[in-house]
Write a protein that binds this ligand. Structure first.
Ligand code: F3S
Length: 393
């Protein structure tokens, strides 16, 4: 791998231990994945921020890096933490709060912004064609496929190293030749709502391996729906991007591989994702990935003049940034008995410690993870059905 004179100096430790460590991580990964050089990035997004998912072991590494002068050289953003500063914080033990705050302190010391979201593209949309080092898998697929920026699926430590160096190896889908579709997917007019887009992602994630699909026949391709497809695709398989193919024009693909998805495939996969035998959720959750402004507006409209049923929790998760922009809608949702939580989600928080045993959600990604990560039964349903269940008639 070619290194500039400056990069060699960092590699040899002339700029301190933190920079040397991060440069060595990037070079090692670059060599493993056939990179020829490092390329500058416009931003790095680090995952594994929640104490629930991070655990104790990496905290010492973060402290050492921060104390050794590790500082971000590009825009550095963070995934959600394990509680929000208002509603959940007071429900969790002082010890958990202390550990979580300690993790955030180290990232802040290194110069990361307090973004705490899995949708960093709502804070600032990356430019099409720009190179990034993002570690949140749902955001990786979305930004490659919908926004046209280029990023591999980084792990937390490699995104952190890229943030501190401001560069990433030019491997994987940072190269144009690796961004070509390898399989054609024909969807047979069966997408009704955002939940179906998520279910399609789970289904394709299971069968595609790491092949990039060109998907034909998608209807209702709003950015919110494609966000659900991105999140689910990433949670099930190793696919890091998809292409939406136009049925009227022949695709430029050179592959014979073809997958046909029919309505019954979507129905069957959706049924598998709903594990609860009874339709009685303790928690109804919307906001995986974190809600956009338009999603919050729609939820507020659907809740107008209605109240959440007694004994039911209704959570909408988003970032601090979007919550601020949606202040009026947030008030309307909270007046109806819902909670708009910032910087957190059910998967990276401890819902099991709050006695939540059944989660209803419109997110196929949450439905996929909740049985293992939240020890909860799941009910997967559209946003509209979730609201119907949450609200008194
Ligand atoms: Fe985001 Fe949590 Fe879903 S981090 S993508 S809301 S599992």
């Amino acid at each position: 791998m070619y290194l500039t004179r400056e990069e060699e100096r960092i590699y040899d430790g002339e700029y301190g231990w933190a920079n040397q460590k991060c440069m060595r991580i990037l070079v090692r990964l670059g060599e493993l994945f056939d990179a020829t050089k490092l390329i500058p990035i416009s931003s790095a997004h680090v995952s594994g921020i929640s104490y629930k998912t991070l655990g104790d072991a990496p905290i010492e590494y973060l402290e050492t890096l921060a104390n050794a002068g590790g500082k971000v050289k590009t825009k550095g953003t963070l995934n959600p933490q394990s509680f929000d500063p208002e509603y959940l914080k007071n429900k969790l033990s002082a010890d958990l709060q202390k550990k979580q705050s300690g993790i955030l302190k180290q990232f802040e010391k290194m110069g990361f912004t307090h973004s705490l979201t899995c949708t960093p593209y709502y804070l600032e949309e990356p430019k099409s064609g720009s190179h990034l080092a993002w570690a949140e898998s749902s955001a990786v697929v979305y930004t490659n496929s919908v926004l046209g920026a280029w990023t591999n699926r980084e792990g937390g430590p490699s995104a952190l190293a890229a943030a501190i160096i401001g560069k990433t190896p030019n491997s994987g889908i940072h190269k144009a030749e690796n961004r070509q579709a390898g399989v054609l997917v024909e969807v047979d007019k069966c997408m009704k709502n955002e939940t179906d887009f998520g279910v399609l992602g789970i289904l394709l994630g299971k069968i595609l391996g790491d092949k990039i699909p060109a998907i034909q026949g998608l209807q209702g391709t709003s950015k919110d729906n494609l966000k659900q497809l991105s999140a689910a695709l990433a949670s099930m398989g190793m696919v890091n991007m998809f292409r939406c193919a136009d049925k009227r024009r022949p695709t430029e693909m050179e592959t014979e591989d073809k997958v046909v998805v029919k309505a019954e495939d979507i129905k069957e996969t959706a049924e598998e994702l709903s594990t609860a035998s009874e339709k009685k959720p303790d928690l109804i959750f919307i906001g995986c990935p974190h809600c956009s402004l338009s999603e919050i507006r729609r939820i507020a409209d659907l809740m107008e003049n209605k109240k959440v049923k007694a004994g039911t929790e209704f959570w909408v998760c988003t970032s601090h940034c979007v919550k601020q922009k949606a202040k009026d809608c947030v008030k309307r949702i909270e007046r109806s008995g819902g909670h708009v939580l910032e910087g957190v989600c059910t998967v990276v928080s401890w819902t099991e410690k709050l006695g939540i045993e059944t989660i209803m959600t419109n997110s196929a990604k949450t439905a996929h993870y909740a049985p293992t990560l939240s020890k909860a039964e799941t009910i997967l349903a559209s946003q509209e059905e979730c609201l119907k269940t949450a609200l008194r008639r």
